[in-house]
Design a protein around this ligand. Sequence first.
Ligand SMILES: Cc1cc2nc3c(=O)[nH]c(=O)nc-3n(C[C@H](O)[C@H](O)[C@H](O)COP(=O)(O)O)c2cc1C
Length: 285
Amino acid sequence: VSPDSSATLALSDAQTPLDALAARYGAAPDVVPAHWNATLDLLLDHRSVRAYRPDPLPAGTLETLVAAAQSASTSSNLQTWSVIAVTDPARKARLSAIASGQKHIAQVPLFLVFLADLARLGGIAERRGIAAEGLDYLELMIVAMVDAALAAQNAVVALESLGMSSVYIGDLRKNIEATAAELGLPPKVMPLFGLCVGYADPAVRTDVKPRLPQGVVLHREQYRTDQPDHSIAGYDEAMRAFQEMQGMAIETWTDKVVARVRSPAALLGRARMRESLRHLGFELR
Ligand SMILES: Cc1cc2nc3c(=O)[nH]c(=O)nc-3n(C[C@H](O)[C@H](O)[C@H](O)COP(=O)(O)O)c2cc1C
């Protein structure tokens, strides 16, 4: 066990709980947190990183992250996910090309691809001579996708606790067949997303990205449809301040939402997902 593994789990001196909440919401918090500890400190400090140093990861890092990932809950303990660790520069470059050329895929020492994996259960049934008809139903696909996502996020929390950084790569789904071929996936295995893992380049500033006010996402007892519009307008302002701080192009969050949902073309190559998944052997009944 490397000595830094517990050291980074101390509360950071620089950040009070109120600072952390202010950064997370891009606004002065209107509640004082009832609880605080090093885990909350770590979770609220999360940020995706898109610029990395080339430094290798300490030996055993991959196995530690996978153990954390496997510690997540998994529906009925079916464990319907797998992960592929990619370190070969040529393969990372090809996966980067599939994902719109995102350069951080090639930069990081470790690129993980999380898979919704129904092939393992299918193989077990097949070896018993039993038809695995349940695998053809959307329900098991949902199980596999949820399992994979929970596992991946456990890995993210683990790697951040060790001083590493990451960014998910959903753009692998822009060409899911090409991704599956690159990774040699058998039928009934879907590449859900990638995860870049490495050490953040300290020369590139990355801040905590604000989230919607809690009142927008938190409903009590029943769903409220009378959301006040002003909460979201306030969020547009918080995101604008974030984009200015990061030197990013200014685009309000509501403009981004509208652009992303307006048409199939706005799904950026992912509008034919049902057809692609059928090619990968999923019936989705
Ligand atoms: C499933 C998933 C796929 C994502 N795909 C990409 C991606 O392809 N490229 C990228 O730069 N960021 C990607 N992200 C990162 C999100 O843009 C990021 O989480 C979001 O903007 C919030 O920022 P934060 O993680 O820094 O808080 C993805 C995130 C998730 C959860």
